[in-house]
Design a protein around this ligand. Structure first.
Ligand SMILES: *[C@@H]1O[C@H](CO)[C@@H](O)[C@H](O)[C@H]1NC(C)=O
Ligand SMILES: *[C@@H]1O[C@H](CO)[C@@H](O)[C@H](O)[C@H]1NC(C)=O
Ligand SMILES: *[C@@H]1O[C@H](CO)[C@@H](O)[C@H](O)[C@H]1NC(C)=O
Ligand SMILES: *[C@@H]1O[C@H](CO)[C@@H](O)[C@H](O)[C@H]1NC(C)=O
Ligand SMILES: *[C@@H]1O[C@H](CO)[C@@H](O)[C@H](O)[C@H]1NC(C)=O
Ligand SMILES: *[C@@H]1O[C@H](CO)[C@@H](O)[C@H](O)[C@H]1NC(C)=O
Ligand SMILES: *[C@@H]1O[C@H](CO)[C@@H](O)[C@H](O)[C@H]1NC(C)=O
Ligand SMILES: *[C@@H]1O[C@H](CO)[C@@H](O)[C@H](O)[C@H]1NC(C)=O
Length: 496
């Protein structure tokens, strides 16, 4: 991102620079690597492709094997496959039951009310009978100094049996409760993340907002709330969360980026492009995997300078976008960054279950979306840029997306009910498609893998004010087997 773009970014009206950055970069870097193909408008059906593949190709090709030539030709092509082909539906729709984690874990006996940690007596009654709870205790969790990959715990608190006031600026903590007989048996355990107000910083945020307002005179200020599901293709999103798709497009008039592409096959190149404006190839000129990633100059800083509260949350502390292969940051990059609590939960054997989707008695999606809603609730009238990255639900098994549809649905409803959606751009998206699994071994899965989903939800007043009338934007096509450039659905754009 050059200086000019940065200035524009601060000017509220041009916030979208950020969103489109990754994709325009794609255009910039790859546009000359391929020529336009001739089959852009051809419809391919699953069966069509199947007929043209040998049995071996059909069943075996994946990222490690060479895909059939018609998919890798250096032409620009976007095969038109039917996301609901019956042959695909059979393997692409999984267990749609809403994820529950409370049925195979200790009961949650405590809850947060303001800055108080309280015991839920109703739940105690249900779970073990009132007289049987002995006491609870908690300890605070913080990130280790100069290494945001380790955690430190405070000493355990004094015990309590009703309610206890937490310190003002505490962010993360762990609670455990014990039953009376036998005395020392843990019968409940939970980890919590909170959003501290940090009153001592309020003047700084306010003066930054004022600076931005005087220097750039923004017409309006939108919050940007990004929620990402790792490795979920657009077609798999349509199949796994049909209700969500209908709700977003019909009720919230969201934009569906039907030909959204990727900058690379894994999370790092995609999130790096999106959050820093640089490709992995570019940063590799001065950075290698053993060096701290703080040098990336992620966009959070620029939002902070413009007076925004920033949040970053990622569940997979080891294999996540910025941490796989022992990569790390030395300092948190956003002012609210819940990595310490995720590290603590991961180190607690048996707390994280079912391939990472259950954190104690809570689903990972509920945990992360709650953290985000807590920020919004704490600073309802201050601008925020938030980035919530949910790896574990979809990364290895994309049909699992259906298990958290209900959680996302509630999330959007909360944003609507609180009025927050009326001043926010919400981006629900993914970074790349699936790289392995049954689905990925089919031609459709291969096509899907290059086409992650992205849904943009703007406030209604914002849609009204933008008018793209008359000329339809030209459809853009992409090099199918290289990095894509995106193209929005031209028909929808004109609806603006
Ligand atoms: C592809 O399919 C769509 C929808 O079924 C149809 O409207 C369109 O004409 C088809 N295009 C071609 C080139 O056959
Ligand atoms: C499959 O092969 C037939 C005949 O060889 C050809 O006409 C058709 O275009 C091919 N389809 C695809 C999707 O390449
Ligand atoms: C679906 O998931 C639920 C809860 O996670 C589980 O109880 C149920 O057995 C699963 N059903 C199938 C068909 O896998
Ligand atoms: C307390 O537990 C009951 C029973 O599970 C539950 O319905 C209620 O929502 C809980 N209260 C709070 C404040 O979490
Ligand atoms: C306490 O637990 C014991 C053993 O589970 C149970 O028999 C007893 O009824 C419980 N006490 C109360 C007051 O519920
Ligand atoms: C509970 O107390 C007994 C006796 O003091 C001890 O042997 C045991 O290790 C304790 N268990 C735990 C989980 O602290
Ligand atoms: C949404 O925001 C617009 C522009 O600020 C305002 O005119 C409108 O009243 C708001 N609507 C709601 C429901 O708050
Ligand atoms: C584009 O959007 C329109 C209106 O929502 C829809 O009817 C059409 O099917 C979409 N086209 C594609 C290629 O998804």
């Amino acid at each position: 991102m050059n200086r000019m773009q940065r200035l524009k970014l601060m000017n509220g009206g041009i916030l979208l620079v950020l969103v489109f950055l990754g994709f325009t970069l794609g255009t910039y870097f790859w546009q000359n690597h391929c020529r336009r193909g001739t089959d852009l408008n051809r419809n391919h059906s699953f069966l069509d492709l199947k007929r043209n593949l040998s049995h071996r190709e059909r069943t075996e090709f994946n990222t490690k094997r060479k895909p059939p030539s018609f998919l890798t030709g250096r032409t620009c092509t976007f095969p038109n496959v039917d996301p609901f082909d019956p042959a695909i539906i059979k393997i692409a729709v999984g267990n749609k039951t809403t994820l529950r984690c409370d049925l195979d874990f200790m009961p949650e006996l405590t809850y947060i009310n303001g800055r108080n940690l309280k015991i839920n007596t109703t739940q105690v009654d249900i779970s073990l009978g009132t007289g049987n709870l002995s006491h609870c205790r908690y300890r605070y969790i913080t990130g280790g100094p100069f290494d945001y990959s380790s955690v430190e715990f405070s000493d355990w608190s004094k015990t309590f049996s009703e309610s206890v006031a937490l310190e003002e600026d505490i962010e993360f903590f762990e609670v455990e409760c014990f039953r009376r007989e036998p005395y020392n048996v843990t019968i409940s355990k939970s980890y919590f993340s909170l959003i501290p107000r940090r009153k001592h910083l309020e003047k700084l945020y306010n003066v930054r907002l004022k600076k931005r307002s005087i220097k750039y005179q923004p017409q309006e200020t939108l919050n940007i709330v990004m929620v990402g599901l790792d490795g979920l293709s657009r077609h798999q999103f349509l199949r796994a969360m049909p209700g969500m798709y209908t709700y977003l497009t019909k009720t919230l008039n969201s934009f569906d980026f039907t030909m959204h592409g990727q900058l690379g096959p894994s999370s790092l190149p995609n999130l790096l492009g999106l959050l820093s404006g640089s490709t992995l190839e570019e940063v590799s000129e001065w950075w290698d995997f053993s060096q701290p990633e703080d040098a990336f100059d992620l966009v959070f800083k620029h939002f902070e300078n413009a007076g925004y509260r920033t949040l970053f949350s990622e569940d997979d502390t080891k294999n996540g976008a910025f941490y796989w292969n022992n990569r790390k940051f030395l300092y948190p990059q956003a002012s609210f960054w819940d990595r310490p609590v995720h590290l603590a939960m991961r180190a607690d054997k048996g707390y994280i279950r079912r391939n990472g989707v259950c954190l104690g008695s809570r689903p990972i999606s509920v945990f992360q979306l709650h953290y985000l809603l807590d920020l919004i609730g704490t600073f309802p009238d201050k601008p925020a840029f938030t980035f919530t990255w949910i790896d574990k639900v979809t990364h290895d098994d994309t049909p699992n997306a259906g298990m958290i549809e209900e959680h996302l649905f509630k999330f959007y409803q909360t944003l609507t009910a609180t009025g927050y959606l009326n001043r926010t751009l919400v981006i629900l998206f993914s970074d790349h498609g699936q790289r392995w699994g049954k689905l990925r071994l089919t031609p459709n899965g291969y096509v899907d893998s290059r086409n992650p989903f992205m849904m943009l939800t703007f406030p209604p007043w914002f849609l009204k004010k933008v008018s793209v009338s008359g000329k339809q934007p030209e459809r853009e096509y992409t090099c199918f087997d290289h990095a894509f450039r995106h193209s929005s659905n031209a028909t929808r754009l004109t609806l603006l």
